[in-house]
Every structure is written in C-alpha cells, then in structure tokens.
Design a protein around this ligand. Structure first.
Ligand code: C2E
Ligand code: CA
Ligand code: CA
Length: 553
C-alpha cells in the first residue's frame, strides 16, 4: 500500500529538490561573488578618488604656474612704464633685457596712444604699424593667441596700459603655457586655460571639444570646482576648474572622460571578476555536487516508499528460559529493483534528517498489520517490536498514527513494544518524550530502551524514564567469554535492569555460549543469529509455529 508522503513532507520531492539546489546555487554564487563584488566596488571608489585627485592637482598646477608666469610678465611690463616713443637705443635695450630676463616673453613692443606699434626689441617701426587691436583697457590684460605678422610669431599677448593711453605689449610664447599641460588625459581628455566670461581659450592641450556643454553639474571644492558635464561631442567628462590666482576670470580647466578615469579599475574588475566567477563556479560545483548526491538518495528513498520497495524483516525474539519465540523485532529493509538491498544504517539517518522517517514508520506499521496481524491475533502472547527514532518523540503524531493503524486491526496495543534509542532520551528538557512514552504505556504498549550503553547517558538519567524493557546492545553480549573486564559492564547492566524492574532483551546473540551465559545471569529474552536472522513475514510465521510447536511436544 502506498503512503501519502505529501501529508508529512508538505511539498513534492522534485519541487523541494529543485528549490534546494536553486537556493544552494544562489548561496554559493553570493558567497563567491559578494566579497569580490565588494572588492570591485572598493577598487572603483579608490580609482575614482585617485583619478579625481590627479585631475584636480593638474588643474591646480597649471593655475599656479600660469599665475606665476603672468605675474612676472605683469611686473616686467610695469617696470617698463618709462619707455619713450623715440624708441631710443636705451628703450630697445630695456625691452630686450626684459625679454631675456622673464621666461615666457619672446618679444616686447610699445603701442602709442594712436594705437600704432612704434617700437619693438628690433628697433623703431617705420612707418609704424597699425595692428588690429581691441579698444584699450586699463591695467593688465591677456589677448590671443594670435599671429603677429610683423614678427611672424604666433602667441598670446599680454598688455598693460600706461597713463597716457599707450600700451606696452609682450608676446608670450605659447609653448610656455601649453607646455605645462603635459599630462596624458586620454582620447577625450584635455587641459585648457580659458577666460570664463566667454570661454575664450588662451591655451589648450589634448582633444578639446566645443566648449559648450549640454548639461552639467558643478560642485565647489577647496579652491577648485568639480563639474560633471556632457559636451556637444556626446562625451560626458569630469572637469576641474581652478581660477588663476591674481587674474580673475582666467581659469585652468582639466577634463577627462570615464574611460580614462576608470581605465585601471576596469582591468582590475576584469581580474577580480574572473577570480570571483571561478570561486563561485567551484563552490556551486562542490555544493550542488554534494547536494545532488544526498538529494538523489533522498529522492530515491521517497520514490521507493511510494513504490512500496521496502520490506519488513522480522527477527525472532526468544525467551531464554523456555526457548519460546515470544515475537519479533520489525526491521525495515530497502530492496531496490535489481535485488540490491540497502542496509538501514545507511538510509535511516537520512530518513531521520529529512523527516521521511515518519511516513516510513507509518508504512511499516501498516505493512506489519497486513503481514502478521493474523499471527498476532492467533497468539496473544506474541509481541512485535517497532523501532522509533528520536523525532517520533517530539510530537503526538506517533500516538495518532499507531492508534489509527492498529485501532481496529485485531492487534492489541499490549502486543506492541516501541523501541526508543538512548539518543531519543537525551535532550528531553521539555519532557515531551517522557509524556509520549507514558501515553503509549497507558495503552498497555511496552517501551524498550534500545542500544543502551552506546550513548553517554548515565544510569540515573535513564532511570527517570518510563521503561519496560532494556535491550542489551550486541557489544556487551560480544564480551561473553572473551573480555572479562567488559563482561563486568554487562553484569552491571543486567543488575541495574533488574533493580529498576525492567525486563531484559539481549541483542546480537551469536553463540550458544552467549545464550547460556545470559540465561545464567537472568536475562529474560534474546535475539540474534544464534536463534535466527531477520526474515520475511511468511518465514517468520513458519518459524514461530515450528519453534513453539516443538516446545509444546
Ligand atoms: P537495531 O534496532 O539495534 O537492530 C538490530 C540490528 O542488529 C539489525 O540490523 C539486525 O539485523 C542486526 N542483528 C540482529 N542479530 C544479529 C547478530 O546476531 N549479529 C549481528 N552482527 N547483527 C545482528 P539492521 O536490520 O541492519 O538494522 C540496523 C538498525 O537500523 C537497527 O538497529 C535500528 O536502529 C535501525 N532500524 C531498522 N529498522 C528500523 C525502523 O523501522 N525504524 C527505525 N527508526 N530504525 C530502524
Ligand atoms: Ca531495535
Ligand atoms: Ca539495538
């Protein structure tokens, strides 16, 4: 009979398995990628901060150098205020000296109040030239870059007006300014010196786009303004603008596109991303591999239960004094298609972990009701022992399922012995296990403590539980005749059981010597290969009949 697994496990196995694998994959991915993602993020932050610092300091350097240069030139022009229109040898010499003394000045000239160039370091200009110049303006100003045809030179022009309206002009070699901007700012990067009011460029380096911006966002910082701007060429750039000290309205502006700012980071991100992907893949591979193996066993177990691929083997329990078979322990057995048998030690722990043990026990109780129900009705002295797992003592379900299965089966509750292992007793702080044991006992079912001595609980602890039988583990039985020291332990257990009023069942009895010894020590029952291996129902029924019939004769 198939058991409805879904009632206890809630979700179909296939679905659960997919969910678990999916979750595990997600966890592995996160575990592998999260640290790398964070490292990439940190690297991004550092890269951006460093690049911005770099840009800012280039803009500042250009502004500082320009300020110094223009200051020197201004001072030089002020020092030349006594130049005469005669353009005497003295005047010419003063002009030439100044050109030599001040780096950046390549030529000096004098423009009369009539706006005529009358004198240069080359001597008087005859006839005077009338260059195209903007209207005069007080103080210092900067023009250009423009071509001075007379000098066949190209450059910036610094001008200073004198009180009589004349102007002293200095030609500044462009390389002096532009040469400062040697930084490589990438394909879309540039450095410029500009007049803010009309974005007129005095000097530039790099691929300077049209200066008009489509959109921009500015943020004023310490002595500089940071901008994020989209230019007409469609490229978004980060810019730093620093005003040239002493020359209001003249700015040094440095810009770079993201590709330059993030260049190092992109390489690092690719490297780190690779490491992260590798780690994640390895983790996914490991975790999913382990899960698949475990889940495949779990799935197989669940499917097998559906397909009724389990069997019960009954191991006879013999009353040592009389040699009577008083019943059996029901042992579950997994017989896979193809005849492969899987030992319970291999799948019971998994069934316990996954909760599958509950439907499995339900299956076992239903199956044994069908298989040996009649035998138990025919002989009320027979008992059947059912193994329960620690999980069975955490809820009332075992009480419900056993009464619904055995309720009208003809099998009496007093014919059933529930075996609980020592593991099931540990951690019973809330007394739930004790409560369930008592309620089973109140129906007159027996409770046996299985595998006693294999755990670590003390005798005094065990004493507090409501027990009827104590099963003496095979390891103690094995000491009979071979290990006098540990046989002492066997004796202690037997004595303790007697003191507590528990009947004893020795397990794993393989020799007549062991059986005799146990009988001599007053052990009540025994099971083991000496008497019989566990066997299918039909054989067990036969075994009971022959064994007990022979006794009666
Ligand atoms: P257990 O309850 O201690 O069962 C006794 C085990 O000893 C059985 O192993 C049995 O075949 C084996 N055995 C019996 N006589 C001898 C003997 O003379 N010599 C040797 N060497 N072994 C003997 P099995 O069938 O492999 O079961 C192993 C364990 O699996 C059981 O130990 C029990 O803890 C668990 N188990 C079996 N069926 C169920 C079940 O339906 N429910 C639960 N929860 N556990 C079960
Ligand atoms: Ca047992
Ligand atoms: Ca045992």
């Amino acid at each position: 009979m198939a058991v409805n697994l879904l009632s206890t496990t809630g979700m179909s196995f296939a679905l659960r398995r997919r969910l678990i694998v999916l979750l595990a994959t997600a966890v592995a991915l996160v575990a592998g990628l999260a640290p790398v993602g964070y490292a990439i993020y940190l690297a991004y932050k550092t890269t951006v901060v460093n690049a911005e610092d770099n840009l800012r300091s280039i803009a500042q350097d250009i502004a500082t150098d320009t300020s110094q240069l223009l200051n020197n030139i201004n001072q030089g022009l002020i020092a030349l205020t006594d130049l005469t229109y005669k353009c005497s040898a003295k005047d010419v010499s003063a002009m030439n000296t100044m050109s030599y003394d001040i780096p950046g000045i390549s030529e000096i000239g004098l423009i009369s109040p009539d706006r005529e160039l009358v004198c240069t370091g080359w001597g008087p200009i005859k006839p005077p030239l009338k260059p195209e110049l903007p209207p005069p303006q007080a103080g210092f100003r900067l023009l250009g870059p423009l071509e001075i045809r007379l000098m066949k030179r190209y450059g910036l022009i610094a001008m200073r007006q004198r009180e009589d309206g004349s102007e002293i002009v200095a030609l500044i070699h462009p390389s002096v300014l532009i040469g400062h901007m040697g930084a490589d700012l990438g394909e879309h990067g540039f450095a410029v010196l500009l007049r803010r009011e009309d974005t007129h460029l005095y000097a530039w380096e790099g691929n300077v786009p049209e200066m008009e911006m489509v959109a921009s966002e500015a943020e004023a910082g310490d002595g500089s303004t940071q901008l994020r701007a989209l230019f007409r060429d469609g490229v978004e750039r980060t810019l730093f603008a620093v005003e040239v000290d002493g020359f209001p309205g003249i700015y040094s502006v440095v810009a770079a596109a993201d590709e330059w700012i993030l260049h190092d980071w992109q390489r690092m991100a690719v490297l780190l991303g690779g490491i992260g992907a590798g780690t994640s893949a390895l983790l996914v591979f490991l975790i999913v591999g382990i899960l698949q193996r475990r889940l495949s066993l779990q799935g197989e177990l669940e499917r097998s239960l559906h397909k009724d691929e389990f069997e019960i083997n009954y191991q006879p329990v013999i009353e040592l004094g009389s040699g009577r078979c008083v019943g059996a322990e029901a042992l579950i057995c997994w017989c896979q298609p193809g005849g492969k048998r899987v030992r319970p030690d291999l799948f019971i722990p998994l069934a316990e972990d996954t909760g599958l043990i509950e439907p499995m026990t339900v299956w076992l109780m239903q199956k044994l009701r069908t298989e040996i129900g009649q035998l138990l009705q025919d002989d009320r002295a027979l008992h059947i022992a059912i193994n329960l797992s620690p999980g069975h003592f955490e809820s009332d379900r075992i009480l419900q399922s056993s009464s619904s299965i055995f309720g009208n089966s003809g099998i009496l509750p007093e014919q059933i012995i529930y075996e609980i292992t020592e593991r099931g007793l540990i951690d019973d702080a809330d007394g739930k296990a004790k409560d369930i044991m008592r309620r089973l006992q109140s129906r007159k079912s027996g409770i046996a403590l299985d595998d006693f001595g294999t755990g670590y609980s003390s005798l005094s602890y065990v004493e507090t539980f409501p027990l009827d039988y104590l099963k003496i583990d095979k390891r103690f039985v094995d000491t009979v005749g071979v290990d006098a020291l540990n046989t002492g332990m066997l004796v202690t257990i037997i004595d303790m059981a007697r003191r507590l009023g528990l009947r004893t069942i020795a397990e794993g009895v393989e020799t007549a010597r062991q059986a005799d010894y146990l009988l001599s020590r007053g052990v009540d029952y025994a099971q083991g290969w000496y008497f019989s291996r566990a066997m299918p129902a039909a054989e067990f029924i036969e075994f009971v009949h022959t064994t007990n019939r022979n006794l009666k004769q």
